[in-house]
Design a protein around this ligand. Structure first.
Ligand code: DGT
Ligand code: MG
Ligand code: MG
Ligand code: MG
Ligand code: MG
Length: 268
């Protein structure tokens, strides 16, 4: 293309290349979801339709974009981790972040009906995004642990709070007062002794959040095949397929990482 006298404006663009060897984390968070949840009558404290839609949208991000090795989500947020050697979009932070945010947002709207049926989407939701770089496996694992610990703390609080309100007949102000200064053990005790609820057997998706990873698994499908005599028959065909799978387990301890050694690349 011929150069025009306007060409120099390109030099005003700043360089936002992500440092090499670092994991690139893009975290999205729903904009003003306090209001969005109210207006769309999300169930308190956890709405499985909303969580399902978040996970469906995150899956679309992983399937449509390149080099995401793991994603972790809870509440109205999702974190996406690009492999440390990724060269996608020349590691430009703004390109990576905006692709994640727009793919996620459009998927959230696109798949809304699959989770909320005839309940209308009242206005277009938005998500903010940020990019954070982690230079070591320890740092990256600590980042993901931080998000899962946040999920645990919030979910435990919300579970007790809404149990006190919904089953204990307290007002929201009374429930707030009751929980002021309580530790995890106190909250467990309230749930157990007053409501006969064992927090540890509550749904794992709410306690642990959702972790998405690529996994190769054998899948068997039946295929219609013609026999030499001309007759048709069904034959089972097993193929190993790489797909995004969801886990609702602890990702803070070693077992998850020992079971999935391919997620992280070696530190060097
Ligand atoms: P922001 O992120 O600063 O724009 O503001 P918010 O309002 O999105 O605040 P944030 O992200 O700290 O908190 C997430 C909100 O989303 C929180 O008010 C509770 C709501 N939310 C998320 N998941 C659920 C759910 O499953 N059920 C209900 N009822 N609310 C939910
Ligand atoms: Mg916020
Ligand atoms: Mg939010
Ligand atoms: Mg949030
Ligand atoms: Mg273009």
């Amino acid at each position: 293309m011929a150069k025009s006298k306007f060409d120099y404006v390109r030099n005003f663009e700043t360089d936002d290349t992500c440092l090499r060897n670092c994991y690139i984390v893009v975290r999205l968070d729903g904009r003003n979801f306090h209001k969005f949840a109210e207006q769309h009558t999300f169930i308190k404290p956890n709405d499985n339709r909303a969580l399902g839609l978040m996970t469906r949208s995150a899956r679309s991000v992983m399937e449509e974009l390149e080099d995401i090795v793991i994603a972790y989500g809870q509440s109205d947020e999702f974190s996406f981790v690009f492999k440390r050697t990724s060269t996608w979009f020349k590691r430009r932070a703004s390109k990576l972040m905006t692709h994640v945010a727009s793919q996620f947002s459009s998927s959230y709207v696109f798949y809304w009906k699959e989770f909320f049926g005839e309940q209308p989407l009242l206005y277009p939701p938005g998500f903010d995004g940020r990019v954070v770089l982690y230079p070591s496996n320890r740092n990256l694992r600590d980042y993901l642990s931080w998000r899962q610990a946040d999920c645990h703390i919030n979910n435990m609080y919300n579970t007790v709070f809404w149990t006190l309100v919904q089953n204990g007949g307290l007002t929201t102000t009374q429930a707030e007062d009751r929980l002021k200064g309580t530790l995890a053990a106190d909250k467990n005790e309230i749930l157990f002794s007053e409501f006969n609820i064992n927090y540890n057997t509550e749904s794992a998706i709410h306690r642990k959040g959702t972790t998405l990873i690529w996994e190769k698994r054998d899948e068997t499908a039946t295929k219609r095949t013609k026999l030499p005599n001309g007759e048709e028959t069904d034959v089972a065909v097993t193929r190993s397929r790489r797909r995004v799978h969801a886990h609702h387990c602890d990702i803070i301890g070693e077992p998850f990482w020992a079971e999935h050694p391919d997620i992280l690349e070696e530190d060097n």
